[in-house]
Design a protein around this ligand. Sequence first.
Ligand code: ZN
Length: 315
Amino acid sequence: MLLYSSDLFEKHDTGTHPECVARIQNVNAMLKEKGWDDRCVRPSWMAASLEQCRRNHDSGYLEQLHRWSRENAGRVESDTVVSTGSWDAAMVGAGAVCDAVDRLWAKQDKTAFCAIRPPGHHALKDAPMGFCVLNNVSIGALHARSLGFERVLIVDWDVHHGNGTQNSFWDDPNVGFVSIHRFPFYPGTGTREERGAGAGLGATVNIPVPAETPAKDFLAMLADETERLAKALKPDILFLSAGFDAHRADPVGGLTLESEHYEEAGQWIAQLANDYCGGRLVSLLEGGYHLQKMPECVDAHLAGITKAASSSSPE
Ligand SMILES: [Zn+2]
């Protein structure tokens, strides 16, 4: 497994915001303490190029984001803070996802986890939203398409609807998107009726669930709907927007998963990649705001992926 982690993500200073520097500090400490740093391949990588970002974002927005960061602008949207280090952190985060895609394309590895921040799945083509400035998973999926992966499946199990990602691929038949999320809840989108449009109709699948939904129901619905879409889409690569804010202890989520459910879910998603796309899986950090439980969930997630990966037959 490829592991992307860096203390550079600590430069995205958001002050007392829930999406704070301590999140990634604690993840990085866990990766070291639990031995993931030693067990995984840890590539060095470049920041995303403007060309890679422009596949998903408007040039004008990228220029504005750069300017905000240079000016240490602070709160640029009701929930999103941009500081001096934000541009570099965001570009290096998106770059990690693209580098993972490059290495999967070159068959250097099959699975990757990107321990990055700021998160990305709410970021719109032309605006920041909900703690997110660059849509990392959308940039990664479009990079995969540019290399020659024909069809891409994105699974999003963050407790919030991945509205930015949904918008990126709304009418795209080659990029499937499944999101399970609490509803009604921030950002207010993600109803069953939102299924994509035009050639992309049906390639977007939303699974809205009420607060306090039992974990076993949450995971069963996710598996059911994702496998149905995977069967129809036949993806060449799988992406996971891995938020960990559906954990029972999360201060914002209101759902009921425990840390060990993320091991089960990690094993399931990696097995899905084995079954449908040669094991190719790029997982990246989105939300998760409990400073102790979130790193514990990442640890469980990596253990789950490793279990499934070690049981897969060589290609
Ligand atoms: Zn979230």
